[in-house]
Design a protein around this ligand. Structure first.
Ligand SMILES: [Zn+2]
Length: 140
C-alpha cells in the first residue's frame, strides 16, 4: 500500500507500529510499503530535517499487518498506548482505525520505482521478486 513520507519509512524502520486509516481492514500478513510521491500534508510546509530527502515513489520495505481496531482514547497494543506507537485518535466525527503492524523490514536501498494507488494494490510481477527477496531482478 502507498503511505506518504515520512510515515512510510517510519513504518518499515519499526518506529511507527500504527498506521492510521479512515477504514478498517481485515487483511493480515506481509504487505509492501510504497512511499508516495507527495509528502504528508503535515510536512509539506515545514522543513523538517531529512524528510524532503526521504525516498519517494519507491517501495521502501515491508511490514506485517497483525491487527486492526477502531481508535479510542487510551487504546493500546500489548499494553503500550497507541499514541506512543504513532496512532492518532479522531478529532472530528470521522472514525480512525489503527492498523497494527509488526515485523518491519526496510529495503536498503529502496526497491523498484512504482506508481502508487489508493488502498491495497498488487505489486507488479516484475518487481515482486525484488520485494520478496530484496534482490534486484535480472537486468537491473
Ligand atoms: Zn489503538
Amino acid at each position: 500500500m502507498t503511505v506518504k513520507q515520512p510515515y512510510a519509512s517510519r513504518l518499515v524502520q519499526g518506529e511507527k507500529r500504527i498506521e492510521n486509516r479512515s477504514r478498517p481492514t481485515s487483511r493480515r500478513g506481509v504487505i509492501a510499503i510504497h512511499a508516495g510521491k507527495a509528502l504528508h500534508e503535515h510536512y509539506r510546509a515545514e522543513h523538517v530535517d531529512g524528510v524532503a530527502d526521504m525516498p519517494r515513489s519507491v517501495i521502501v520495505g515491508t511490514v506485517e499487518i497483525v491487527d486492526c481496531h477502531e481508535a479510542t482514547l487510551g487504546c493500546s497494543v500489548d499494553g503500550v498506548d497507541c499514541s506512543a506507537l504513532g496512532g492518532f485518535v479522531a478529532t472530528s466525527w470521522e472514525p480512525v482505525f489503527h492498523w497494527v503492524v509488526t515485523n518491519p523490514q526496510e529495503a536498503r536501498p529502496p526497491l523498484a520505482h512504482a506508481r502508487g494507488a489508493l488502498g491495497f494494490w498488487v505489486v507488479p510481477a516484475d518487481i515482486e521478486h525484488e520485494v520478496v527477496t530484496g534482490e534486484a531482478s535480472d537486468g537491473r
